[in-house]
Design a protein around this ligand. Structure first.
Ligand code: NG6
Ligand code: CA
Length: 512
């Protein structure tokens, strides 16, 4: 069992500095390096959690985590959708520097290239055991459609620094609806091979659009697509065939992720580990386990929030049981802001009541307005972090370099090029955080915490389907977040000098 022996040294560079080739066994320093867990929710908004002031939903486990750690009020994912957000989190490289990091299909090639350094590589080089469990959405194999679904799917998470992986290839609403463990589909019957396509339906396979009577669990919302392959009474995006025995059951997704995370922690409690857990909650299709159904009074979306909270509780409990809770650093956040109707008729809109998933912020998932990327964010590390609330401006882009800082490792050779070591901000010791952040949605935005600039975009201002104000405008937009957190008054013409300053930051970043 690990002990938590700290010698009262400052954390920054003085924890055990690791070198690339050091093996676990060579580490004899009595200072124990923390286990690190990135617990990343899907589409859970700032206002979806009671620790952030929501009175309409009760998430007690997250509250407990927040109470023992630092809860951030101005923390951001890098992008307002999953693939670019997770890409940036893992690589410390802004997804917008590439043009192929948009929402990935279920048969997309791996978006992070095997040769790109990742935060998982960094932990592994420092002697950590590393794992990725849950939502992946970063593609697999070397090209779109290049997966050997019935064999070893490569390249994959192992090439990005993960010793162990148990993932869904993309999203709950995209085929293939199977678990992939260490790059092989779990429970696949070789006599029932799996085929996946995002181009053509497979002859003889019923589709949601033609067979609404087969949609026994969830039907798509009108005009949202999601009407292709039918898996477990829910129609999805994309076509698939075969693999019947391997298909997941939607009500068991959270349990599967949680059980695998708990097992990983139990198995590695005696060595330092880095675990990424991407929950499926509260992404669509929302079909929580029966034990959560009806518990929120808000339908499946609210129930999925409670299920997420349960996952958090289970992870905290196993850490405590294993005696490693004190020296485990947990970062809890979300990949992007919230959306209510994201494609299924699950009554999320009808039953929302007074609940505000976006909190006091404007927009939501997909949006350049704040709710697109201002996400829940908690850092808990009982051994080292003093509980509190921080208004520091922080971004998930910096977790890579900051975790390297924690381990005393210097990033080199182009690793995490956009990531800064802001460890002190993440540990609640620096109240300021970044000088500015860059947010990515329909266009790029820059915020210094006080002022926010949204660059012009030709995109639609509003998405009627998801009911989202996207924040796109052909005009430049400037908001004062200190006085106008709801981004209602565009001050771009009044303050050309501030526009110029923020634009210059963006131009400089783009030129890097
Ligand atoms: C959109 C889907 C949405 C969701 C999203 C990805 C439609 C109309 N909408 O294209 O349902 O799957 O992609 O969400 O297909 S994310 O959180 O993984 O980025
Ligand atoms: Ca998401």
């Amino acid at each position: 069992m690990k002990s938590n022996v700290f010698l009262g040294l400052g954390i920054g560079a003085t924890l055990l500095a690791c070198s690339a080739n050091k093996q676990k066994s060579e580490v004899e320093n009595p200072i124990q390096r923390p286990n690190v867990i990135f617990l990343i929710a899907d589409d859970i908004g700032y206002g979806d959690l009671s620790c952030n002031g929501s009175k309409t939903i009760h998430t007690p486990n997250v509250e407990r985590l927040a109470a023992q750690g630092v809860r951030f009020t101005d923390a951001h994912s890098v992008a307002a959708t999953s693939t670019p957000s997770r890409y940036s989190l893992f690589t410390g490289h802004y997804a917008w520097r590439r043009n192929d990091t948009g929402i990935a299909a279920g048969n997309a090639g791996m978006v992070i290239r095997p040769e790109q350094p990742t935060v998982a590589d960094m932990f592994r080089e420092c002697g950590y055991v590393t794992g990725a469990i849950g939502k992946w959405h970063l593609g697999l194999s070397d090209r779109t459609g290049g997966q050997d679904w019935n064999g070893f799917i490569t390249p994959g998470p192992a090439d990005l620094g993960f010793d162990y992986s148990y993932i869904m290839a993309a999203t709950g609403d995209r085929v293939p609806c199977v678990w992939v463990e260490n790059q092989r589909i779990v429970n696949l019957d070789p006599n029932d091979p799996i085929e996946v396509s995002y181009k053509e339906p497979f002859p003889g396979e019923p589709l949601g659009k033609d067979h609404p009577e087969m949609l026994t669990k969830l039907k798509p919302s009108p005009n949202h697509g999601h009407n292709q392959a039918i898996v477990n009474g829910i129609s999805r995006i994309g076509y698939m065939k075969g693999g019947k025995q391997a298909l997941w059951e939607d009500e068991n997704i959270a349990d599967s992720i949680t059980v695998k995370a708990v097992q990983f922690i139990e198995q590695h409690k005696d060595v330092p580990f880095f675990l990424y857990v991407g929950t499926n909650d509260a992404h669509v299709p929302r079909w929580p386990h029966p034990r959560f159904v009806g518990k929120s009074g808000m339908g499946p979306r609210g129930d999925a929030l409670l299920q997420f909270d349960w996952t958090v509780g289970e992870i905290m409990a196993v850490l405590e049981k294993a005696g490693i809770a004190e020296n485990t650093l947990i970062v809890l956040s979300s990949d992007n802001g919230p959306v209510v109707d994201d494609g299924y008729a699950d009554q999320a809109v009808e039953l929302l009541g007074n609940h505000k998933p976006w909190g006091e912020f404007r927009g939501g998932k997909y949006s350049s307005f704040e709710a697109g990327t201002r996400v829940p964010f908690i850092v808990s590390w009982p051994a080292q972090v003093k509980p509190g609330v921080s208004n520091a401006l922080v971004s998930q882009i910096d977790l890579y370099a900051s975790m390297a800082g924690l381990l005393g490792k210097t990033l080199e050779n182009g690793a995490g090029p956009d990531s800064q070591n802001l460890l002190n901000a993440f540990l609640g010791k620096d109240a300021k955080g970044r000088d500015y952040i860059i947010e990515q949605a329909g266009s790029l935005c820059v915020s210094d915490g006080e002022w926010k600039y949204i660059s012009p975009s030709k995109g639609a201002a509003y998405n009627k389907l998801t009911n989202t104000e996207l924040g796109n405008s052909k005009e430049e937009q400037l908001y004062n977040l200190t006085q106008d957190i709801g981004e209602k008054k565009n001050l771009a013409t009044e303050h050309p000098e501030i526009v110029a300053k923020l634009k210059a930051i963006l131009e400089k970043e783009k030129a890097k």
